[in-house]
Design a protein. Structure first.
Ligand code: SAM
Length: 303
């Protein structure tokens, strides 16, 4: 087994979804004792979002992934190997990244010939270097720890290289997050996540799972989505500007676009009115009415 960065320690988490994900463990003052007890008994570690998939659902997930013998998979969070074993049995190779050293070590002990286990926090890992020697594009699969699912999504989007590095990702998410991923303009779920993803991937919802599909059951409904990575759908000019505009306007989603855009436009040294005019976007709209093309137009207008 390759042991990679341990990051900020076992509890090191991303922000954002972290506080919302109800599959996440609390961090109360008895955590140290609880951690030791969890480790000793091999109990699920709540702080790692461990909810293990039941066999009947593993089969359904493998069915929708359809691994083939010539493919390489990155599995995020293999846990006790429920998905890892059938993936390795069907795929050419599997690289599995697991933060929990006990679970990573147990998988290594199984000596599965086409499985490479990396003991690491996937968010601390340089995915491009870790997978450099693997055949690309790599497919991604994972029953994700919900507390860090959004940062993981963004890391995958960042490395996908228009489908050349990662071709697709089949991911288990909290249903609420999956709904935000597949949302289209006009709805209340539509926002920064849907736009960032729509720029570089086609997304489809594949399965909905009740809490009972996992041991221990989480408090939320889950969903499996597939992202098919591809080159950007539109020219956004400078992607960092695009990202700032997306985040900026959806921070103030109850305002009109003209008002929501003002702080970020100011910070970029432009007036909101000027950007709206150049992009041909009606400033009286609400942010959720804007299409990907509208926001790309605002971003290009900054150049
Ligand atoms: N794949 C297994 C299954 O379906 O039964 C386990 C899924 S469980 C929801 C999430 C897994 O991700 C756990 O094994 C957990 O230890 C691991 N994990 C949590 N945070 C991680 C991180 N930042 N990097 C890598 N693995 C992580």
């Amino acid at each position: 087994m390759v042991k990679l960065t341990r990051g900020k320690g076992e509890g090191g988490r991303g922000k954002g979804e972290a506080r919302k994900g109800k599959r996440e463990g609390g961090r109360g003052k008895n955590n140290l004792g609880r951690r030791k007890a969890e480790g000793r008994r091999g109990n699920p570690r709540k702080r790692f979002g461990q909810h293990f998939l039941e066999p009947v659902w593993v089969a359904k997930l493998i069915d929708v992934i359809k691994p083939a013998g010539n493919e390489t998979f990155l599995e995020i969070g293999p846990g006790r190997g429920a998905l890892t074993r059938p993936l390795a049995a069907r795929a050419g190779r599997v690289v599995a990244v697991e933060i929990d050293r006990d679970l990573a070590a147990a998988l290594v002990r199984e000596q599965i010939a086409n499985l490479r286990v990396l003991e690491s926090d996937v968010l601390e890992l340089d995915l491009e270097s870790a997978l450099r020697d693997e055949q690309q594009p790599v497919r991604v699969a994972g029953n994700l720890p919900y507390n860090v699912s959004s940062p993981i999504l963004f890391a995958l989007l960042k490395s996908a290289a228009g489908g050349r590095f990662f071709s697709d990702a089949t991911l288990m998410l909290q249903k609420e997050v999956a709904d935000r991923l597949v949302a289209t303009p006009g709805g209340k779920e539509y926002g920064a996540l849907a736009i960032q993803v729509a720029l570089s991937a086609d997304v489809e919802h594949l399965l909905t799972l009740p809490p009972g599909a996992f041991r221990p059951p989480p408090q939320v409904t889950s969903a499996v989505v597939r992202l098919r990575f591809r080159p950007r759908a539109v020219d956004v000019g400078d992607p960092r500007v695009f990202e700032r505009i997306v985040r900026g306007i959806f921070l103030q989603r109850r305002k009109t676009v003209a008002n929501a855009l003002r702080p970020v436009a100011d910070a970029l040294g432009h007036s909101a009115a000027q950007l709206l005019e150049r992009a041909g976007v009606d400033g009286r709209l609400r942010p959720e009415a804007l299409t990907l093309a509208d926001i790309a137009g605002l971003s290009r207008a900054v150049l």
